[in-house]
Design a protein around this ligand. Structure first.
Ligand code: IMP
Length: 194
């Protein structure tokens, strides 16, 4: 069976994508290829980081490989936290720290528009491909809901009355930025591996 490395150790992400791809292709995690340590993520853009991570593994192992990077872009904050979403409130910030910082920064702001964006970079037979997923909505004024992670309790996607953290995971996983980018990746892989 053909193999494809996903430059992550997040087993939930691997399982989710492996499930959708089926048995045409076997996904390998960083652990599966015995990579230990951190892949540098030093780009000022989501796309740059996704490419940097995929390239790092592709260069060393000469294997087909993809990587993803996600951020929340708030219009009134000129796109912040964006590429710094994971460490918005500091290097070891928890999800709650980041949510509280964003609510503070947006206190009193009328424009609450924001979009989640995921970029996937894929090296396939030596060529680089990019896939993007985006979902827009509004940042609420307080946290609501227990499921999901990150900024889910304060993100109200357009067309829905519930935050990402209030809705069923199966609904979020159909409409999310990550789901959209992943579907594009999977369609591509299906089209070239038939
Ligand atoms: P990553 O690139 O997937 O690790 O995402 C970077 C950061 O963006 C995470 O640490 C979260 O704070 C935030 N984030 C990514 N995806 C989501 C999501 O689906 N919901 C809420 N926050 C997210």
């Amino acid at each position: 069976m053909n193999k494809l490395v996903f430059a992550t150790n997040n087993r939930y992400k691997i399982a989710e994508i492996q499930h959708i791809i089926g048995n045409q292709l076997q996904l390998l995690s960083l652990k599966d290829i015995q990579f230990e340590g951190d892949i540098p993520e030093t780009s000022p853009t989501l796309e740059g980081n996704a490419i940097q991570k995929a390239n790092f593994i592709h260069d060393r192992y000469l294997l087909d490989c993809f990587a993803d990077d996600t951020g929340l872009e708030v219009e009134a904050l000129n796109g912040a936290p964006g590429v710094y979403s994971a460490r918005y409130a500091g290097e070891n910030a928890t999800y709650a720290d980041n949510v509280n910082k964003l609510l503070r920064e947006m206190h009193g702001l009328k424009n609450r528009r924001a979009c989640f964006k995921t970029v996937i970079a894929l090296f396939w037979e030596g060529q680089l491909y990019r896939f993007e997923g985006k979902i827009c909505g509004n940042i609420t004024t307080e946290s609501s809901g227990e499921s999901g992670f990150g900024y889910d309790p304060i993100f109200l996607p357009d067309g829905y009355q519930q935050t990402f953290a209030e809705m069923d995971a199966s609904v979020k996983n159909k409409i999310s930025h990550r789901a959209i980018a992943t579907q594009k990746l999977i369609s591509f892989i299906r089209s070239v591996s038939d």
